[in-house]
Design a protein around this ligand. Structure first.
Ligand SMILES: NC(=O)c1ccc[n+]([C@@H]2O[C@H](COP(=O)([O-])OP(=O)(O)OC[C@H]3O[C@@H](n4cnc5c(N)ncnc54)[C@H](OP(=O)(O)O)[C@@H]3O)[C@@H](O)[C@H]2O)c1
Length: 336
């Protein structure tokens, strides 16, 4: 796996980050989607393939994801890895137990470092924007984290369509000498293309590294779903009532047809080509690979070896045409 710059920062990362959102996550049936044993197997597999860039968040599995990563890292040289985490979603049932207010940020950075068993995270994202807290307050608090050595770089997640908020925050940071956001983490994949246009243009003009989440459209782009019946698939769709209307559309299946065509041309799987398509974007640092099983992870990491011609890249890009109106997320979904 190649090493690339984390946007315009001086930190190098492996080009396929590994996402740990589903570690310790309780399903509606009360089981755990990725349990502790599987989590370590996945991390071992990622490491064995050369991966060194791990993505987590304070609320993944209610903190369990960070705890398991911390246990796993304790047996390794922490300096070998780049670790990203995120803060925003409620962690306590009180008015200061959420968002980007100073009280919550300070409590959470200490909790994150404690669970990860490390003195610093390489990258800290604001998981969502907090319109209730003055930007000056949270940019100064985050800058303090960088100053004290607890955080190396700052990122902002899922801000589309509000590109202006990052620009304003970075202008404030610039004027006051605070650390700016250098990385963004939006949803982006071959069927969820809403960031194309003004948001991506902002990323280019601000020179922000783009780290896409859900790069396989939560599994849709693996090609494992049939048009008519998803009930028999052992997968995320079975648990998510909105999956069918979100992904299983004629328009998206047309994208899948092109994806399958290109995949057979380059002797790769649809999932590998979908990830490789993101890797071929200049502004993209690397899509966050998600996987529930070791087999899935091994397949997805194979994307690092897939090369696409300009024609193949363009055909995939043209398989879905804009504009792309969509709602990425809302606090009500609250689970990411
Ligand atoms: N910042 C944010 O707000 C945000 C939001 C979402 C995610 N993220 C980050 O992005 C990471 C990746 O997101 P994601 O999990 O949604 O990514 P994704 O790659 O779009 O979806 C991953 C899911 O697709 C299925 N899958 C993946 N590879 C497969 C394969 N080769 N064959 C068959 N099925 C396969 C698996 O689910 P099933 O087997 O259950 O179908 C897997 O859990 C997360 O772990 C997290 O770190 C961040």
């Amino acid at each position: 796996m190649d090493w690339v710059s984390l946007g315009r920062t001086g930190t190098m990362v492996t080009e396929l980050p590994f996402g740990t959102w589903r570690f310790g996550r309780e399903t509606d049936e009360g089981s755990v989607e990725i349990d502790e044993t599987r989590a370590y197997e996945l991390l071992d597999t990622y490491e064995a393939h050369g991966g060194r860039f791990i993505d987590t968040a304070d609320m993944y599995g209610g903190g369990t994801s960070e705890t398991w990563i911390g246990n796993w890292l304790a047996e390794r040289d922490r300096e070998d890895f780049v670790v990203a985490s995120k803060i925003y979603w409620p962690t306590r049932d009180d008015p200061n137990g959420r968002g980007l207010g100073r009280k919550h940020l300070r409590r959470q950075i200490d909790a994150i470092l404690d669970r990860l068993g490390t003195d610093y995270v390489d990258l800290l994202y604001v998981h969502r924007w907090d319109d209730e807290t003055p930007v000056e307050e949270f940019m100064r608090t985050l800058d303090g984290f960088v100053d004290s050595g607890r955080v190396n770089h700052l990122g902002a997640s899922t801000l589309w369509p509000n590109a202006w908020k990052v620009v304003r925050a970075n202008a404030i940071a610039d004027t006051r000498g605070y650390e700016p956001f250098t990385v963004v983490q939006p949803r982006y994949n071959l069927v969820d293309r809403e960031i194309e246009g003004p948001f991506l243009e902002m990323c280019e003009s601000e020179d922000l590294g783009v780290v896409p989440w859900s790069p396989l459209g939560e599994g849709f782009l693996t090609g494992k779903y049939d048009r008519d019946d998803v009930s028999n698939v052992d997968s995320r769709a079975a648990e998510d009532d909105s999956f069918e209307s979100k992904y299983l559309t004629d328009e998206n299946f047309a994208v899948l047809d092109t994806l399958r065509e290109v995949a057979s041309e380059v002797d790769a799987t649809p999932a590998q080509v979908a990830l490789a398509w993101l890797l071929h974007h200049d502004q993209v640092v690397g899509p966050i690979v998600g996987a529930r099983t070791v087999d899935q992870l091994e397949e997805n990491l194979g994307a690092a070896d897939v090369s696409l011609s300009d024609d193949q890249f363009d055909r995939l890009a043209a398989a879905k045409s804009g504009p792309f109106p969509d709602i990425v997320d809302s606090p009500a979904r609250g689970d990411r």
